[in-house]
Design a protein around this ligand. Structure first.
Ligand SMILES: [Zn+2]
Length: 88
């Protein structure tokens, strides 16, 4: 079941890659694509910058407004609190 992962941009797979949800083979294919695709590299850095923080926040509670969310994200990026906020 090999797909030609190198040729196509796939934001969903890229998101899964950023979350570490891909198999080793899929990761490798995604890395090869990233090597050749500046668009996906830019998208990946967005996912890495925002994805984890957004998930943490939405898992804890809905953000009150966008400004607060962005401020919180910035703080979380500095402090790197790990998974403290994950609900038990
Ligand atoms: Zn791409």
């Amino acid at each position: 079941m090999k797909k030609n992962a190198i040729s196509g941009c796939d934001p969903e797979r890229l998101s899964a890659y950023a979350d570490g949800e891909l198999s080793r083979a899929e990761r490798r294919a995604q890395e090869l694509h990233l090597d050749a695709c500046a668009k996906c590299r830019a998208l990946l850095s967005d996912f890495k910058a925002l994805g984890a923080g957004v998930k943490r926040i939405t898992a804890a509670k809905a953000p009150r407004d966008l400004k607060e969310t962005l401020l919180l994200l910035a703080r979380q990026r500095e402090r790197r609190p790990g998974r403290r906020r994950r609900p038990a």
